[in-house]
Ligand binder design. Structure first.
Ligand code: NAI
Ligand code: OAA
Length: 332
């Protein structure tokens, strides 16, 4: 029997990431090849005409799984009955703007969109925040949507995770699908800590630890970390636009693994509400290694943390606490 359609909201749908993401969702990349979807696309009034253009293209592409398209600038209509919400819309930093000005705009957007989701979304709606500052936007959303379970509110660090897999695969000249269990700890920012301590490569002689294969501590603790931390900026410099293709693909990976489950023996990175695991302060949305089963994520426990990792994990937590304080100061 055909499945009932799932309603998926994409905010900022007329933007770069939105344009890459909506066809992936309509093709089944996010929720599977047998899962019909209804797309809800939200953008702001100045982008209404472009948004309608995206809707026209979705119709023209005749996606078999796509059972309906709502394209609107009305946040209540956009959120009505949605089962999955991918929050890509936000206010970007413009020339001459202070950090506080950008935070203040995004706090106000995420506060009002949280209330709309709380009122209109389906009860067990899963939320993924992509727009920067992603962790803190997700935290604000959590604060202002108290009836949405906190475990349903996450932010995207899967792109950083995939970037780390890509860098290891290039360095060792192995297939990216044979590399697993890197970790992104902390903020989706240049303080994030991409950690290869526990990662492995599947070889014809079995699983081998990445640190032993790379055998270059200086690179793993220096160039590798910096490349992953700065990759978004490098893409913007090269394209003059954001990393829309890889962000859209990673957003699909994030939701797919969350809904369908992570494969046996594999963990992924997700920004989730900290429960104090690994001595990360509770009350932050922080990226951890997680496995997913039956639509729920759980933080991988018991990994050993060396002194180098501890310092990096603490530094990114401090940045998140500062962002949280700044965000709260914008609420008054
Ligand atoms: N977490 C991650 O891994 C990544 C996050 N990003 C972030 O994703 C966001 C989107 O990036 P792009 O698509 O390249 O930007 P973009 O500027 O092309 O698109 C953003 C869209 O959001 C819309 N928008 C603005 N305010 C809105 C509101 N209140 N409600 C609904 N829509 C609104 C804009 O009109 C625009 O169409 C940015 O914040 C960017 O920094 C980008 C790459 C990776
Ligand atoms: O800074 C940005 O907008 C881009 C970004 O987050 C990324 O590519 O990781």
């Amino acid at each position: 029997m055909a499945k009932d359609p799932v309603r998926v909201l994409v905010t900022g749908a007329a933007g770069q990431i939105g344009y890459a993401l909506v066809p992936m969702i309509a093709r089944g990349v996010m929720l599977g090849p047998d899962q019909p979807v209804i797309l809800h696309m939200l953008d702001i009034p100045p982008a209404a005409e472009a948004l309608n253009g995206v809707k026209m293209e979705l119709i023209d592409a005749a996606f078999p799984l796509l059972k309906g398209v709502v394209a609107t600038t009305d946040v209540s209509e956009a959120c009505a009955g949605v089962n999955v919400a991918v929050m890509v819309g936000g206010f970007p930093r413009k020339e001459g703007m202070e950090r506080k000005d950008v935070m203040s705009k995004n706090v106000s957007i995420y506060r009002s969109q949280a209330s709309a989701l709380e009122k209109h979304a389906a009860p067990n709606c899963k939320v993924l925040v992509v727009a920067n500052p992603a962790n803190t936007n997700a935290l604000i959303l959590k604060e202002f949507a108290p009836s949405i379970p906190e475990c349903n509110i996450t932010c995207l660090t899967r792109l950083d995770h995939n970037r780390a897999l890509g860098q290891i695969s290039e360095r060792l000249d192995v297939q990216v699908c044979d590399v697993k269990n890197v970790i992104i700890w902390g903020n989706h920012s240049s303080t994030q800590y991409p950690d290869v301590t526990h990662s492995t490569v599947t070889t014809k002689d079995g699983e081998k630890a990445v640190p032993g294969l790379v055998n270059d501590d200086e690179w793993m603790k220096g160039g590798f970390i910096k490349t992953v931390q700065q990759r978004g900026a490098a893409i913007i410099k090269a394209r003059k636009l954001s990393s829309a293709l890889s962000a859209a693909s990673s957003a699909c990976d994030h939701i797919r693994d969350w809904v369908i489950g992570t494969p046996e023996g594999i963990w992924v990175s997700m920004g989730v509400y900290s429960d104090g695991s690994y001595n990360v302060p509770p009350g932050l949305i922080y990226s951890f290694p997680v496995t997913c089963k039956d639509g729920k994520w759980s933080i991988v426990q018991g990994l050993s943390i060396d002194e180098f990792s501890r310092k990096k994990m603490d530094a990114t937590a401090i940045e998140l606490a500062d962002e949280k304080a700044l965000a709260y100061s914008c609420l008054n």
